[in-house]
Structure formats: structure tokens, C-alpha cells
Write a protein that binds this ligand. Structure first.
Ligand code: 13P
Length: 232
């Protein structure tokens, strides 16, 4: 049977509400066709989620807490009511700009599990850590949040220095890291790659590694670019 790859589009805050709605409504039909052979999950901002129909959606983040007095937060309960099945946690931008720690992530994962939402845990090293050979040590510390986890989770390996830069690691390097994570996690989880994904890289990773799919930022904001990656 043909392998079904994950293609997760992370719109971040690139698109405005109106642009997100337009992106989704213009492409519902084509996405349905692409979804016959691929697992496609679109992660727009929270404001758009309730209005998009006919597309499998994921969230970019969720609250550490359940429902309650947490101004400005979106609970996993609310996401579940919108039929959201996946949620990114620990994206490097959230770790960097919103001070997310392993402790926060453990709480988010717990909230998501309670609501039957699959967390997509993002991990990755900085350029300095890459250059000084610290990648595996960093990933090991980040993966520590999974020590008590027994349910389904997806891991997204996103080297921070490859995000939004157009720089990408060698395919052999991604393969090495994939194998490192896979062994550490006893082959239990799907592992995606993210960081300046384009058609060419996706094609090579499909051909030369066992990667399970892709987390795509900037390129996903153009449907045509995203489609090329899906069809890679
Ligand atoms: P880019 O594809 O823009 O490099 O972003 C990757 C990413 O951070 C996806 O979560």
C-alpha cells in the first residue's frame, strides 16, 4: 500500500482572517482531492477555525488550562467542540517569544489528551547548537515531556535555523536525526520534518528517508506552493 504522508500547513500569523477564509474556501475541492492519498491538516489562526468547513483543521496552540478564568486563552475543550483532531505544541516560535517551557508543554499535552486531540510536538536545535554538535542533547531534553505519555502523539523535527530561512539540512542529516528520534521513542510515533520545506526537499526526503510527513510554514500560505509540495 502507498504510504500516506502528513502535510501540515502552519499559517502562523502570516495571513489575516480574511485571507485565511479566502485560502480555505477557494481550495476546499482541490484539498478534498489531495486528501484522498494524503493526510492534509490546515492550521489557521483561532479566529478562522469556526468558520472553515470541509477541511481538516489543526490548532497552532492551546491553553495550558481547561475552561476557567484564563483571559485570552483557548481551551482544548473548545478546540474539541470545533472537531479539531490535531494541535501543535512547543513550536520554536512559542518557546522563543512566549517563553514556553517543558512544564507548560506537559500541561498542554495533558489538556489535549483529555479532549482526544493529538499533539504535534515540535522540537529542534538552534544554529549554534547545530554547529557545536549539541543537536541530540537538545532534542533529548525537549523529548523529556513525553516520558509519561502513552497515547498517540506526532513529533515534528524543525531545526530552528531552517525555519523561514531557506536554509535546510542535508537529507542525510535529517535521516540521521529521524533515526535518532525513532530509536529513542521505540518506533512509536510518526515523525515529520519542518523548516523551509519546498517541493524539492519533500521529494528527496520521501525518496531517501522514512520521514512520515512535513510541517510547512511560509510556503503553505500560497495554495499553489502547498499543492506542489503535496504532489512532490
Ligand atoms: P517555514 O516553512 O516557513 O520555514 O516554517 C516552518 C515552520 O515553522 C512550520 O511550523
Amino acid at each position: 500500500m502507498k504510504k500516506q504522508y502528513f502535510f501540515v500547513a502552519n499559517f502562523k500569523s502570516y495571513l489575516t482572517f480574511k485571507e485565511e477564509i479566502k485560502w480555505c474556501s477557494n481550495n476546499v475541492k482541490e484539498l478534498a482531492i489531495l486528501s484522498q492519498d494524503n493526510k492534509i491538516i490546515i492550521c489557521p489562526s483561532f479566529v478562522s477555525m469556526g468558520l472553515v468547513k470541509g477541511i481538516e483543521l489543526g490548532a497552532q496552540n492551546c491553553s495550558n488550562f481547561g475552561v476557567g478564568a484564563y483571559t485570552g486563552e483557548i481551551s482544548a475543550e473548545s478546540l474539541a467542540q470545533l472537531d479539531i483532531k490535531y494541535c501543535l505544541v512547543g513550536h520554536s516560535e512559542r518557546r522563543q517569544y512566549f517563553n514556553e517551557t517543558n512544564e507548560n508543554l506537559e500541561k498542554k499535552i495533558e489538556q489535549l489528551f483529555k479532549n482526544n486531540i493529538v499533539p504535534i510536538l515540535c522540537i529542534g536545535e538552534s544554529h549554534q547548537e547545530y554547529l557545536t554538535g549539541k543537536t541530540q542533547e537538545v532534542l533529548l531534553a525537549q523529548l523529556n515531556v513525553l516520558k509519561k505519555v502513552s497515547k498517540e502523539i506526532i513529533i515534528a523535527y524543525e531545526p530552528i535555523w531552517a525555519i523561514g530561512t531557506g536554509l535546510t539540512p542535508e537529507v542525510e542529516y535529517i535521516d540521521k536525526i529521524y533515526n535518532f528520534i525513532n530509536k529513542l521513542m521505540d518506533n512509536k510515533y510518526k515523525i515529520l520534518y519542518g523548516g523551509s520545506v519546498n517541493q524539492d526537499l519533500a521529494q528527496k526526503l520521501k525518496q531517501f528517508t522514512k520521514i512520515d510527513g512535513f510541517l510547512i510554514g511560509k510556503a503553505s500560505t500560497s495554495f499553489q506552493e502547498f499543492k506542489k509540495i503535496v504532489l512532490s
